[in-house]
Design a protein around this ligand. Structure first.
Ligand SMILES: [Zn+2]
Length: 187
């Protein structure tokens, strides 16, 4: 397994639509595993392939992570992948405060469908269905499916809010770039 760099918005690669995977071969399974490792490393609950610059319909998710009384973070219990997901049913509304690994430290309320049924292929290549209603899972599935369409949660906000966040992200990227250069000089 290998960590993959998570792109920070704004980046043209995050606006690009992902393609259908179809057959789950060894390369797709490797991508699945790399994405899981990258998601856990970044303390995220979901990650879509375009966020690591790969334009394939692959999502990794684990919304069951929790920290116990001893402070140990439990990861992996709710780990699963959605390959080529399709919404079969969607109704009602649910509002949740969302964040995104590609938009660090920004959280905003987004209203999406409340009750969904999603059909997808698992890492094992089998087609299956999941149903979720008004939960982090129902939110996460729709947030990650948006990424496959080149859409981010900021696209659900007002233009003004989006511009403010974009400005902060550009500043963050410039800072990170300066740090990277600084490190290179230090070597
Ligand atoms: Zn996201």
């Amino acid at each position: 397994m290998a960590l993959r760099e998570i792109l920070v918005w704004p980046d043209p690669r995050l606006k690009q639509k992902a393609k259908v995977v179809g057959n789950v071969d060894a390369a797709v399974r490797r991508l699945c595993d790399d994405m899981a490792e990258s998601m856990y490393e970044a303390n995220g609950v979901g990650l879509a392939a375009p966020q690591v610059g790969v334009h394939q319909n692959v999502i990794v998710m684990d919304v069951q992570q929790r920290t116990d009384k001893e402070g140990t973070r439990h990861k992996g219990e709710g780990l699963f992948w959605l390959i080529d997901p399709v919404l079969k049913f969607a109704e009602s509304e649910f509002t949740y405060t969302e964040g995104c690994l590609s938009i660090p430290d920004e959280y905003e309320d987004v209203t999406r469908f409340g009750h969904i049924v999603c059909e997808f292929t698992g890492r094992d290549g089998k087609r299956r269905e999941l149903e979720a209603e008004n939960t982090l899972l129902s939110v996460c599935v729709q947030h990650e499916m948006d990424h496959l369409q080149g859409k981010l949660f900021v696209d659900h906000l007002s233009a003004l809010k989006r511009e403010l966040i974009k400005r902060r992200m550009k500043k963050l990227k410039a800072q990170r770039e300066a740090e990277r250069k600084g490190e290179a000089t230090a070597l």
